[in-house]
Design a protein around this ligand. Structure first.
Ligand code: C2O
Ligand code: CU
Length: 505
């Protein structure tokens, strides 16, 4: 029952442009799983940790024998992980040494508008913008003129203040420049920011070396090892690039924490994995192969906005771009020496594999962790208390991705919400759109009039609205008055204008 373009452009299990790597694709399960470095503050005081991040080109060793020129946060991809105890402030100064303007957004952060990364609040490049760097969607979507304006100079660093007065959760930071987010993130601008709190620390969950963030994303590589992305130079569409990329760019190599199909040597013990789909457009359905005896391998303890009220057991988990799933896997359920693959049931060939866990041969490993039956308290947001219901239609119209029929126009609010009130927002889709709200987390109330799905539990900031589906969420607006964003987190859709402003007052 798909729309015509859906059938026409269906590639590798979903609509989009699947790029084939020219560089030799490495063998799976050779690289060791990297853990992104944790960034130390440059200084701290009683309330605040101060960080400095330089955005700069960097050379990454992703493929054997080749180096990948990337745009990095502080030299690494993923960028360095920040860790903040809830209620402590993080003040992060970003300096832009890349050849083009950038914007930083802390995804999942409860952040005042001036630090939230509004898509035109640019950090300008130190050396001015270089010609030919205008890759991405902007030229196609008529934003080339704006891109020229960007190069007019301006501040080359920017300090973002994050109060982080919120529950423990797996947040991430990434680029958010209007019209260029997809290309910027594809080139490497994404990293984790973990918020911790006492409630979570008091639980007997796996921790330390057994608490691991996993950023899963797909990329493709040019013959020289570079990240390939449909590039537009000087307003010209490069040969061989189809308009299919408007539906989403898909790579043929799956990276986890920046390594292709890596392997983690795991003890026969419980591990906590903070799974993030950091892909531009790719959807995953993640499962373990083999399943442990009795199934239920993936014990979900958290979602975008932190711990669930109680754990949920899954055989597989569907993860749309930007969603986070916090899961515990108990490798003691496997025989010593088992190779357990994390597979993607939506992929084909290489994209059907994600990574593997080589379970240790030591049968007696100390592990005093467990997953308690009660994790946290989540007060349900009640539909009856909502003051307003609003409708948002996500669809392609007149060659652009639109919300309520209009492409993104900065400064034009689609909604004005009163702080302290709860509203019901209803998102309706033509194709898959992972819909993301800035500022506040929400709770999923229904899908097509039925109860929420198996992956909708807890506090969410991104919900995958599936083809021809209407999803209702309840959101209570709290904190800060100002202008925020609502958008599709398929980054090609976002850049091709599926974004809107809303204001809180
Ligand atoms: Cu993760 Cu507005 O973005
Ligand atoms: Cu979309």
């Amino acid at each position: 029952a798909g729309t015509p373009f859906l059938r026409e452009l269906f590639a590798d299990g979903q609509p989009g442009l699947l790029l084939t790597s020219r560089a030799p694709v490495p063998a799976a399960f050779r690289a060791e799983l990297p853990i992104p470095p944790v960034l130390a503050p440059v200084h701290t005081d009683t309330t605040t940790d101060f960080y400095e991040i330089v955005q700069r080109p960097g050379k990454l060793g992703i493929l054997p024998g080749l180096s990948t020129e990337a745009w990095t946060y502080h030299g690494s991809f993923p960028g360095p992980t920040l860790k903040t105890p809830a209620g402590r402030k993080a003040v992060v100064k970003h300096t832009n040494q890349l050849p083009h303007p950038t914007v930083v957004h802390l995804h999942g952060g409860h952040t005042p508008a001036e630090s939230d990364g509004y898509p035109t609040d640019l950090i300008h490049p130190v050396g001015g913008e270089q010609q030919g760097s205008l890759t991405g969607m902007a030229a196609m979507s008529g934003m080339a003129g704006m891109a020229k304006l960007d190069s007019g100079g301006g501040q080359t660093s920017r300090t973002y203040t994050y109060p982080l007065d919120q529950r423990a959760a797996t947040l991430w930071y990434h680029d958010h420049r209007m019209g260029f987010t997809a290309a910027n993130v594809w080139q490497g601008l994404a990293g984790f920011h973990l918020v911790t709190d006492d409630e979570e620390a008091a639980l007997p969950l796996p921790q330390g070396k057994r608490d691991i963030p996993l950023m899963i994303c797909d990329r493709s590589f040019g013959a020289d090892g570079s990240f390939t992305y449909p590039a537009l130079a000087g307003g010209q569409q490069l040969p061989g690039v189809s308009a299919a990329y408007m539906d989403g760019v898909l790579g043929d190599v799956i990276l986890v924490n920046g390594a292709p199909w890596p392997v983690l040597r795991a003890d026969r013990a419980r591990y906590r994995f903070r799974i993030l789909n950091g892909s531009n457009a790719r959807q995953y359905s993640l499962a373990l192969d083999p399943q442990p005896p009795g199934g239920g391998a993936l014990v979900q303890i958290g979602s975008d906005g932190g711990l669930l009220a109680s754990p949920r057991t899954h055989d597989s988990i569907d993860v749309a771009p930007a969603e986070r799933f916090d899961v515990v896997i108990d490798f003691a359920r496997y025989a010593p020496g088992t190779r357990v693959r994390l597979v993607n049931k939506l992929g084909t060939g290489g994209t059907a594999e994600v990574m593997c866990f080589d379970v240790g041969t030591d049968g007696r490993v100390a592990d005093d962790s467990h997953v308690p039956a009660k994790l946290s308290e989540i007060a349900p947001l009640d539909r009856a208390s909502a003051t307003t219901t609003r409708d948002f239609l996500f669809q392609k119209s007149s060659g652009a991705w639109t919300i309520n029929g209009a492409p993104y126009t900065p400064g034009r609010d689609l909604a004005r919400a009163r702080l302290g009130t709860t509203e019901v927002w209803r998102f309706t889709s033509d194709v898959h759109h992972p819909v993301h709200l800035h500022l506040n987390h929400f709770q999923v109330l229904s899908r097509n009039g039925r109860p929420p799905g198996p992956y909708d539990a807890g506090w969410k900031d991104t919900v995958d609205v599936r083809p021809s589906e209407a999803v209702e969420v309840a959101v209570k607006f709290t904190g800060y008055a100002g202008r925020y964003m609502l958008h599709c987190h398929n980054l090609e859709h976002e850049d091709m204008a599926m974004m809107a402003d809303f204001s809180t007052e």
